[in-house]
Design a protein around this ligand. Structure first.
Ligand code: ZN
Length: 139
């Protein structure tokens, strides 16, 4: 079994942006030379998240809408008393969705549904440059 890793950089435009990273991760997987096993995709930082979704505008909008209901921006977060960065909602949303996903690899390809894209969610209140760690394990 081989373990391989690389780091991708993703520039985000700001809060609520959902970036389809499927093709960049697929090409990283091709570079790894690993055909069968698993890939883990992890975003560094506590105000971004990685998940899968059907990447179509309506659903991307719905996701932001529901996140606002679950962790509203105007809630009096204790976090604001510590740093005054007013991104308590960003941290909570990121914690609930999570920073990583693992996807099976079969014959050099990610095993994803036709309507299942791999996405990076920018949840912070400003544009960021995100570090995404791609780790493949397998043969
Ligand atoms: Zn913060």
């Amino acid at each position: 079994m081989t373990v391989w890793s690389c780091e991708l950089s993703v520039k985000t435009k700001g809060e609520g942006e959902v970036v389809d990273i499927t093709s960049m991760v697929s090409s990283a997987v091709r570079s790894s030379g690993i055909s069968n096993g698993i890939v883990n995709v992890f975003v560094v930082g506590s105000t971004a998240a990685v998940t899968t979704i059907e990447y179509e505008p309506g659903l991307v909008h719905d996701l932001s809408d529901i996140l606002e209901r679950i962790a509203p921006k105007n809630h009096p977060y204790k976090h604001h008393e510590k740093w005054s960065d007013y991104n308590g909602h960003s941290h909570i949303r990121a914690a609930l969705i999570g920073p990583s996903v693992s996807i099976p690899l079969r014959d050099g390809k990610l095993v994803l549904g036709t309507w299942q894209q791999l996405v990076l969610l920018e949840l912070d209140t400003r544009p960021r440059e995100r570090r995404v760690i791609v780790t493949t394990m397998g043969v």
